[in-house]
Write a protein that binds this ligand. Structure first.
Ligand code: ZN
Length: 221
């Protein structure tokens, strides 16, 4: 068992500093007497929300294709919707399993899917569907996934800041492609940008006071 000589106490667990005086401790670490606290969420609720959202995304995509049939590149849109639904599931499941690395994982996922789609588009005779449809849809799905995560899981204070930053990043990427003139149809990029603004507002509502408190603390305001 570890021991703090200054406080003359024995310390259970693997503390590297004394929990009372923060001074150095000597001796071997023992097993922590406190139970490991599991993540609080209902698996059934996560799956139900994911399933219903996927269904809604697919139905909306069918409705959009019916309304804008002539303007849309059908194959590109269809491929992109399935990519989007898969990305949404992956991001939420990532959040459930390894919540610490959600932001990094989401960025890797979006970049990887984007690159694969651009290459696929290039191989099948560049029609621009990857940047016009796939990237905005995958970005928008990831934003929806972050909202689902915040809604169904008890998120910590710092996570709201990370999720807000990620939402800005995901909303901005398709807008940059749009401004560079790389997209054939501006609508998906614009919708993704608008969605990120709505998501930001919802994130602020969900944890706004905590975020302000945390920012004020970190920036010494
Ligand atoms: Zn001590």
């Amino acid at each position: 068992m570890r021991r703090c000589s200054a406080c003359a106490v024995d310390i259970e667990g693997a503390w590297t500093r004394c929990p009372l005086c923060a001074g150095p401790v000597a001796g071997d670490a023992t097993r922590s007497p406190l139970p490991a606290v599991p993540l609080v969420y209902s698996r059934r609720r996560v799956l139900r929300v994911l399933f219903l959202t996927s269904l809604a995304v697919i139905l909306v995509s069918f409705a959009v294709q019916l309304l804008f049939r002539r303007e849309l590149d059908g194959i590109g849109v269809l491929r992109s919707v399935w990519l989007g639904v898969s990305a949404m599931w992956l991001v939420v499941l990532m959040a459930v399993r390894k919540r610490r690395n959600v932001a990094k994982g989401t960025v890797y996922l979006v970049v990887l899917v984007g690159l694969v789609c651009v290459y696929w588009d290039y191989l099948t005779g560049w029609r621009g569907w990857s940047l016009s449809y796939a990237v905005p849809i995958v970005c928008a799905s990831s934003i929806v996934a972050l909202l689902i995560t915040v809604r169904v899981m008890r998120t910590e204070v710092g996570e709201h800041i990370v999720y807000s930053g990620l939402t800005v990043l995901l909303g901005l990427a398709p807008i940059v492609f749009l401004l560079l003139g790389w997209v054939t149809n501006p609508l998906p990029s614009v919708i993704c940008g608008a969605l990120s603004i709505v998501a930001l507002a919802l994130l602020q509502l969900a944890g706004g006071s905590y975020v302000r408190h945390e920012l004020a603390k970190r920036l010494h305001l």
